[in-house]
Design a protein around this ligand. Structure first.
Ligand code: DGT
Ligand code: CA
Ligand code: CA
Ligand code: ZN
Length: 576
């Protein structure tokens, strides 16, 4: 089969893209693009012309040099110059050109100015706000890049990643098992697991022990091990039956802090810390901090940080996205902790699709030390969940009033998870909403509206004076469903202007808002509510996943609505 014109054009276009990324002369780039267009518009087969020895140089936009290249492609199926450039430039640059409409030119600027060759590096640079400083870029481009990466990382990736909750289920029994091995002093799961990323590729487990081989033996015997990939005295790798890989490393106690720091990562954070050490003439690795041959620190992570004159940095912040600079200036956030949470603001009961009764939910919330629990069953549009109409909601309101009279130490808030309909109106009339303490609103259908329409729909919803919290604001399901298209910046401005609160849904397969948006909300001064969306008493414990995510986004207790006491919350809700 002869080479088609379209294939020749494609190779020329690819070559033009790579030339542009590399920063080649723009006339040269344009010559290849022109040639590509002219060849794809030819009414005849270029391959036939070559085999008929016709002079291609006479064709519009070609000339001698390019005609020879067409002949090369026809004869070999390849453009040798393109192959060379592909060798020279990392392949992921092409992926970057396709991101957020960046195109080859701006990808070239990223590559030449910042040395960016991967999506990962791009993410870090965007988080460090370096992109906005580049010629031809704006704050908006930077945010768009982060948004798109956030959207992609939820579902994309060729490597299997496990939700943090799944990783936790696999890690906890393993850690408990290892703790019981004789002579084990300390056990931690480091890596992305300790940094509480949304998803985890593999577990990096660290054990402090004098004698590595003893621990390894027991590790390989662990009942959940499916196969052993590599074994050694201080390092082994296995695959668990569930498919997740576990790396185990055994270190001496004197190195434990250094190893924990090293294997917690992120790699970018490590590199930055190591560089700071280097500037002081110190070598930092997984065995310790060294001055010449002498180990001067390594037992604890605090020691390692102290040697580069940094305070301890929480694992959730270690992404080299500003935490080192903040630590140097003494401006690390006073991070939210689970104990700060005083209530849950989205929960469901048996009245709709929940599995526990009002009383059971109230008892479970009190057991968790909460002061309040919002009952927010679905509204009528969600027919599959037997959503409440005004009549049934009225009855539930009365029931909660009666129950609150009997309850001690906990207040049930009367609420609803109210559908935002396609036209931006709300699923129940104002005269019933008026009777509620809290109105949590969400989009549950028509996910595929164009961004403009979806944004207007939600903003119109927010404009309703009874609207309190926007639930799971992007609709994404990790690894399953992309977020719907929405202009987050506009949405956030709308939220800020009306005092609407954004939910960080703590369901481990939602974690919606994603970290970048939580950060964005914090920067814009928008309050976040961390809610479990619990459909049973046990799911109230999902709160921790929301807190992890909030910590990764640098939230402090003051940024979160449900750290407020019932009294303060009541005041805030009334003002709304
Ligand atoms: P994951 O497993 O993809 O969810 O993410 P991590 O961060 O757990 O990555 P992993 O398992 O490849 O490595 C664990 C940690 O070990 C990583 O966060 C930092 C450290 N590490 C691994 N390789 C390198 C390296 O080449 N250089 C440096 N400085 N650190 C590394
Ligand atoms: Ca890992
Ligand atoms: Ca690993
Ligand atoms: Zn919902």
């Amino acid at each position: 089969m002869p080479v088609q014109n379209a294939e020749i054009a494609e190779l020329f276009n690819q070559y033009a893209d790579l030339l542009e990324i590399k920063g080649a002369n723009e006339y040269r780039v344009r010559a290849y693009r022109n040639a590509a267009r002219n060849i794809s518009n030819l009414s005849r087969s270029a391959a036939e012309m070559v085999s008929g020895s016709e002079d291609l140089a006479k064709l519009p936009g070609l000339g001698k040099d390019l005609a020879a290249k067409v002949a090369d492609i026809v004869n070999t199926g390849k453009l040798p110059q393109l192959e060379e450039l592909k060798e020279e430039l990392p392949a992921e640059l092409i992926d970057i050109t396709r991101l957020a409409g960046l195109g080859p030119k701006r990808t070239g600027v990223l590559y030449q100015e910042l040395g960016i060759t991967s999506i990962e590096q791009l993410t870090e640079a965007a988080k460090r706000r370096e992109i906005r400083e580049l010629p031809g870029f704006a704050v908006k481009t930077e945010q768009k890049i982060l948004e798109e990466i956030g959207r992609r990382s939820a579902t994309a990736g060729d490597e299997k990643r496990y939700k943090l909750s799944v990783a936790e289920e696999l890690a906890q029994p393993l850690l408990a098992y290892l703790k019981n091995v004789e002579g084990v002093r300390r056990v931690d799961a480091a890596g992305s697991y300790r940094r509480k990323r949304e998803t985890v590729r593999d577990l990096d487990v660290l054990v402090a022990h004098k004698e590595g081989s003893r621990v390894m033996e027991r590790f390989l015997e662990y009942e959940d091990v499916d196969r052993v990939v590599a074994r050694g005295d201080t390092r082994s790798t296995v695959v668990l039956r569930f498919g997740m890989q576990v790396d185990l490393r055994v270190v001496a106690e004197a190195s434990y802090g250094a190893a924990l720091h090293y294997f917690t990562g992120s790699q970018a954070h490590n590199i930055a810390v190591r560089k700071m050490g280097g500037n002081k003439g110190l070598k930092i690795n997984e065995y310790g901090v060294f001055k010449g041959d002498e180990r001067i620190a390594g037992r604890t992570e605090e020691e390692v940080y102290a040697r580069v004159e940094l305070p301890y940095i929480e694992p959730e912040l270690r992404e080299n996205s500003g935490e080192i600079e903040a630590a140097q200036k003494g401006e690390l956030p006073d991070l939210l902790v689970l104990e700060n949470i005083r209530g849950d603001l989205q929960t469901h009961t048996r009245a709709t699709d929940g599995r526990s009764s009002l009383q059971e939910m109230a008892d479970a919330a009190r057991q968790r030390g909460y002061e309040y629990l919002a009952v927010t069953d679905h509204s009528k549009h969600v027919t599959v969940a037997k959503g409440l109409d005004a009549d049934r909601l009225g009855k539930q309101i009365d029931e909660i009033d009666r129950l609150n009279e009997k309850l001690d130490g906990i207040v049930l808030l009367k609420g609803i998870e109210l559908d935002i309909l396609e036209d931006g109106s709300l699923d129940l009339p104002d005269d019933i909403l008026r009777r509620l303490d809290i109105v949590v609103c969400s989009v549950h259908y028509k996910f595929n509206l164009p961004a403009e329409k979806q944004t207007e729909r939600i903003i119109k919803g927010i404009d309703n004076p009874y609207f309190t919290i926007l639930a799971h604001p992007t609709g994404r399901m990790i690894g399953q469903r992309e977020p719907y298209a929405v202009d987050m910046e506009r949405l956030m401005k709308g939220a800020r202007d009306t005092g609407c609160v954004l939910e960080l849904n703590a369901q481990p397969d939602r974690l919606d808002l994603a970290e970048v948006y939580v950060r964005m909300a914090r920067e814009m001064g928008i309050m976040v509510a961390i809610s479990t969306d619990a459909h049973s008493v046990n799911e109230l414990d999902f709160m921790r996943f929301g807190v992890y995510q909030a910590r990764r986004a640098w939230l402090e207790p003051g940024d979160v609505l449900n750290t407020r006491s019932w009294k303060e919350l009541q005041k805030l809700l009334r003002n709304r």
